[in-house]
Structure formats: C-alpha cells, structure tokens
Design a protein around this ligand. Structure first.
Ligand code: 13P
Length: 337
C-alpha cells in the first residue's frame, strides 16, 4: 500500500499500540540522568535509548512509534546501525520533535510560547529523508491566577496549526500537543474549563489553516486535578471528565488521541487510560504517548550500568504491555504483579 498521511496516522494508533516519547531535550534528559547518578554524555544517552529500542517484544507488539530528539535521529547504535533502522526493524515508526521549546511569552508573565517555525520546511525535508514519518510540537498552557490568557492560547494554537500544515506538506503526520500543565493547586473543574477552551481554539486554528484532520494525531493532557490540589479527583472522575471534554471538542475525523503523562505516576497514567477505554465505544482510538510514565521504571532499573540492561528492558516491556492493555480497555491493577 502506498504511504499516505492517513495510513501513517492509523498505524500510529494501531490496536494495542501507543507511542514512546523519548524526545527529551538535552536539558531534560540531563535532569533524568542526574536523578539516577548517570552523567549525560552522548554515549550514555545513546546506550540508554538504544536499550529501549532493542526491547523486541515491547517495540514489536506495543509501540507503534518513537519520538526522537534531533541528536538521536542522527545517532548510530553501538554496533554502527543507525538507531532509526533499529526502530524500523522492530516494526515501529521513527518520529521527531521539531519544536524549539517553550519560551516566555512577551508581555505575559507566567505564560509560554513555543518557538521553532523558522526554517521548519527545510528541516522537515531533511527529517523525512532520515526516515521520520511523524513529528511532535508541544505547546505549554499554564494554569494560575488569571492565566491562561486568550492571548497565550491563540498564539500557541496558531503556531501548532502552522507547524501541522508544514509537516503534512512534507508527508509527515503532525502530533499536535497542547499541554495544559498539571503543576499547581487548581481544581479538576478548572483544568476541565481550560482544556475545553484550548481544544476549541486548537481545532478552530487547524480548520482555518486547512490542516487535514485525518492525517493528524492529538496529544493532550488528561482532565485532572492540579498536582498540589487539596482534594485530587479519583480515576473514574478523571476518565469521565476527560472524555466529556473530548466528545465536545475533538472531531471524529481525528484518528487517534495519544495522551502525555505530564507528571502523573506511571501507574496513575495507565489506570486513567484503562478506565477511559472501558467507557467506549469512542469515536477515536485512545492510546498513550508517554515519556516519564514509560521510562521512570527502566531508568531506575538501568542506573547507567550495562549489567542492568536486562532488568531495565523488563521494566520497560512491562509498562509498555500494561499501557497496551489499557489502550484496549483490558487493564486492571492486578495485572501489575
Ligand atoms: P510525559 O509523558 O513525560 O509528559 O512526556 C510526554 C511528552 O512528550 C511531553 O512533551
């Protein structure tokens, strides 16, 4: 079959599969490595990520694609095989983070705007040649006193749509990621309101800029209590409120919604996904694109030591499998044992 945006998008959310977000920027991966006392060198970053990409069962059966950082998409494994080829050999798609990170939004204290549109057409052409078939751009929406502003939401969704259109022109499926940040003491009601407003604005911008929805994947936050809220909502409430907002705002033409974990524990992220998929039938596939929730366990098990690779791969494989079951509505916490 010839490859189209639609066929790539469908492959990204194939039944029982989700995405591994391994696209931490240099600064973020250093933070993760600091936590396990590993120096963030180019070789250590390579070894760590290659270890996951060579976890055969997980990569073949539970992971549809991997989001890479610019360094990784150009890197070769220890035996000289390009990491892109290691990922493809397992049957997964290479993807690329193309945004330039979130910077302070001018004149809007506490708010952020994602940079990276300049030169993006040429970068997409290059990434396509290297093998990327999907991409990611993350917008950051903070909740606080009197924020987010309409200004912050509208500038961020405008940039997301411009990125998405350029990706599609290059034959690359855009993951559009408007992340309403969990940090803060806000209630789940406040998160619901901000998420709904953001998604309405996002799909307006995508329509205005004629983005093909069938060739686009949404990567949102869940509707969840702030991380330091006094009464945090339970699993069922998170699942119900999240689905309520999506049904109101996300067109059925979108083939799939893949969540970010956003600071939830790995077990929470799996439980929430599982609960939502038990509430089907739904108009879109609902799966995962987790960074921390897939990698926290393998990072801890690995701790930078070659001897720990089998244990780290087992930890990664387990989380991938649990999330795969959750994406099919077949997860229960008993399966964690
Ligand atoms: P987390 O799952 O750790 O939030 O990372 C996903 C991601 O890609 C954020 O941009």
């Amino acid at each position: 079959m010839s490859e189209t945006l639609e066929s790539i998008a469908l492959a990204m959310v194939a039944t029982g599969k989700g995405i591994l977000a391994a696209d931490e920027s240099s600064g973020t991966i250093k933070k993760r490595f600091d936590a396990i006392n590993v120096e963030s060198t180019e070789d250590n970053r390579r070894d760590y990520r290659e270890m996951m990409f060579r976890t055969t069962d997980a990569m073949t059966n539970h992971i549809s694609g991997v989001i890479l950082f610019d360094e990784t998409i150009r890197q070769k494994g220890a035996d000289g095989t390009p990491l892109v080829d290691v990922i493809k050999a397992a049957g997964a798609l290479p993807g690329i983070k193309v945004d330039g990170g979130a910077k302070e939004l001018a004149g809007a204290p506490g708010e952020m705007i994602t940079e990276g549109l300049d030169g993006l057409r040429d970068r997409f052409a290059q990434y396509y040649k290297i093998g990327a078939r999907f991409a990611k751009w993350r917008a950051v929406i903070n909740i606080g006193e009197n924020i987010p502003s309409t200004y912050c939401i509208s500038t961020n969704v405008h940039a997301l749509a411009r990125y998405a259109k350029l990706a599609q022109e290059a034959g690359i499926v855009p993951i559009v990621e408007p992340e309403v940040i969990m940090d803060g003491s806000h209630s789940i009601e406040r998160c619901e309101e901000v998420t709904e407003t953001t998604l309405i604005a996002l799909f307006d911008a995508l329509r205005e800029q004629e983005v093909n929805l069938e060739g686009c994947i949404l990567k949102p936050n869940m509707v969840i209590s702030g991380s330091t809220a006094s009464n945090r909502a339970g699993v069922q409430e998170v699942a119900e409120r999240t689905l309520k907002v999506f049904k109101r705002t996300v067109p059925a033409a979108i083939p799939g919604i893949v969540f970010l974990s956003g600071g939830q524990s790995d077990l929470e992220a799996t439980a929430h996904l599982g609960a939502m998929n038990k509430m089907g039938p739904l108009p879109w596939k609902l799966s995962f694109s987790y960074g921390r929730a897939l990698q926290a366990a393998p990072q801890k098990a690995w701790a930078g030591k070659a001897d720990n690779v089998p244990a780290a791969q087992a930890a990664f494989g387990h989380r991938a499998k649990m999330n795969s079951l959750a994406s099919k509505g077949e997860y229960s916490t008993d399966l964690e044992k």
